[in-house]
Write a protein that binds this ligand. Structure first.
Ligand code: E4P
Length: 213
């Protein structure tokens, strides 16, 4: 499973990228708004840090508007992936963009049927939102398992991005469920990195080392 970071914050992206683990970045309008800077400038700066798929989301609700935004965003860099919401208009846009060779990530997926529709319309990626399903009392990871099973049966090449990740267990579950990618917030990357036994082990090694010097 590849690891993406789910943020528009350049410091967070630079930090995790320096660990050598990052294969891509996902943003959304809420994450961009948090940065309080020009959308296209932020996206361009991200492409300078990470050489992999960078999702940038459209905000229009009709497919004509989505197409206009998508074509403009795609000009920023060859790695830009257009994030499109899972709606009828979104699918229309995905289908046209696919024919134009512009890659898409269909977002706000909450069922395996939605993922199947998105894949068949030509999406390169689908993003099931695990955490938000947990929030409403569902077992969010089940949808990733279902999508993975269906895509495997039919040899569908659309990649599954496990999204709305809230904690390290979600990452583990996503990998076991067959997600191609997990898009992970900065906080969760750090939680994955840390372990109290690693800390105490280092402390012990260093103190033993000091005692014989
Ligand atoms: C996915 O690409 C989204 O940006 C993201 O994972 C949403 O997560 P949230 O539910 O924490 O907002």
């Amino acid at each position: 499973m590849k690891l993406f970071i789910d943020t528009a914050n350049l410091d967070e992206i630079k930090e995790v990228s320096s660990w050598g683990v990052l294969a891509g970045v996902t943003t959304n309008p809420s994450l961009i708004a948090k940065e309080g800077r020009d959308f296209k400038t932020v996206v361009k700066e991200i492409t300078d840090i990470v050489d992999g798929p960078i999702s940038a989301e459209v905000v229009s609700e009709d497919h004509e508007g989505m197409l206009e935004e998508a074509r403009d965003l795609a000009k920023i860099h060859k790695n830009i992936i257009i994030k499109v919401p899972m709606t009828k208009e979104g699918l229309k846009a995905v289908s046209i963009l696919n024919k134009e060779g512009i890659k898409t990530n269909v977002t706000l997926i909450f069922s395996a049927n939605q993922a199947l529709l998105a894949a068949r319309s030509g999406a390169s990626f689908v993003s099931p939102f695990v955490g938000r399903l947990d929030d409403i009392g569902n077992e969010g990871i089940n949808i990733v398992e279902d999508i993975s099973e269906i895509f495997n049966i039919f040899g569908i090449e659309t990649e599954i991005i496990s999204a709305s990740i809230r904690h390290p267990i979600h990452v583990l579950e996503s990998a076991k469920a067959g997600a191609d990618i997990a898009t992970i917030p900065y906080k969760v990357f750090n939680q994955m990195l840390n372990h109290p036994l690693t800390d105490s082990g280092i402390k012990q090694f260093l103190s033993d080392w000091e005692s014989v010097k």
